[in-house]
Design a protein around this ligand. Sequence first.
Ligand code: SER
Length: 587
Amino acid sequence: MKAIEIRNKYLNYFKKQGHQIIPSAPLIPEDDPSVLFTTAGMQPLVPYLLGQKHPEGTRLADYQKCVRTNDIDEVGDNRHLTYFEMLGNWSLGDYFKEESIKMSFEFLTKELEIPIEKLSVTCFEGDKDCPKDTISAEIWKRVGIPENRIYFYGKEDNWWIAGEEGPCGPDTEMFYDTGKEPCCSTCQPSCDCGKYVEIWNNVFMEYFKDKKEYTKLDKKNVDTGLGLERMTMLLQGKETPFDTEIFKPVMEKLETLQKLDSIESRRIVAEHLRSSMMIIADGGRPGNLDRGYILRRLIRRMIRHLNKLQIDLEQLADLIEINIQNLKEMYPELEKNKENIKNVLLEEKDKFVKTLTHGEREFEKEIKKIQETKESKIPGEVVFRLYDTYGFPPEVTKELAQENGYEVELKEFKELFKKHQEKSREGSMQKFKGGLAEQTQETICYHTATHLLNAALKQVIGKDAHQKGSNITVDRMRFDFNCDHKLTPEEKQQIENLVNQWIQEGLEVTKQEMKKEEAIATGAECMFIEKYPDIVTVYSIGNISKELCGGPHVKNTKELGTFKIKKEESSSSGIRRIKAILLKEEN
Ligand code: SER
């Protein structure tokens, strides 16, 4: 069965079970303070898992585009992917364990026709925060999973939370037995040997964890996630996702182009090419910070491995085209954004080629210094600096060093690199947590201010100026929009004046639910039309702004204080960024 067929079967099945199919949110979370990428199907649904009413009801299902980059350096083995698709179904205070498990079981055994003998499951073993999940285990037994294939594990394996705070709960996971020989006499699903592969995770989200403790949520929710690439690989009896139709055309092309053989490099190129194309299609741009930096790393790692395979970089355009043709049925946005994807990738390639040349020059300087000290090894610190400052890959440093008769202190480099990785991991966790933080009065005010700014830009810059991203913290807002020039001081002043005028007028903010087409027909502003479900929420501010948006917002613009632009700068090509604050009068 092809990936797209599995996706369709999944959505149809859950539709039949009374679920509304909602569209995938973009990979780049919009209006979500400081989250790097969408990493799970539940992420865009957090407000609803916390109790907000979802306009589409209490049973939802979707396919969600996800990017997880914690293990970027492990891509190239046989299973890690940075981009993947997660199929998910949710109950927002609707069904719970019984129905959820029964549906999963039916889908796996009837729709996908997986023999029961291939399935094992795991449940939460219980601890001081939450009792043992014997209920799920009993349901599994009743549907037909024998007791000796039901395992109990602790929080490390059978508890799900995004980051350290947020909605969470015990989960039950389903595993597929690949039929490989057990690695030892106690081989079981928690074992990493590859015999058992996790295929689906049903989280019974009835808790909320803050920094200190677990409390019960008002409603019991279900959040499930099924990795599409992995399921496709298993159903096709393939060893890796790279052997499925998702990656095959690119993998084969690489094989014909390569002058040096490396399966690892081919996988890295194929994976990073697909990830970066998906990120760019959703509005991502390479840069030096946060998600821009991750995208840059993905592209650069891909180029390095093309070099390693000794493939002419001029072939990149062809590889992009092959991927678009292969994936456009699953992701029409790739074809829609074809020109942009090509431009961004080819431009970044050219930049990186320059970096490599530049890095080589820096390397020469370092070598001269080392020759003077008569050392025989290049310190890890130098390898790291070349990597960190010039993006010069350590393996290239090593090769060049060897050509010059030197060894490199790789151990020291690895330690430095590990520290750097831990820091960035902590950073992304922080960011994920940030995104899930509860809305405060400050962030709500800033959120409403983005709508006013969006409306003001249309009056001052022109009606084609649209929001391209935003980021809100309790202290400030950041707002990206398309514009072909640096704003003049007069333009900035006019924008500020307009926003403040609307604040002073005390305009009412109102909310309405309506059909998506209807909302668009009334001229409501919206960033990613495909992101929205059929029924949408439209927020209007007086008669100056109307936007599709999940909220929340203030009731009246009077609550905002005084709007002040602190900075206007370039964000990426054709995109400007405004940083602004709201000043509140102390009383
Ligand atoms: N949130 C859970 C996961 O990411 C289930 O969807 O695995």
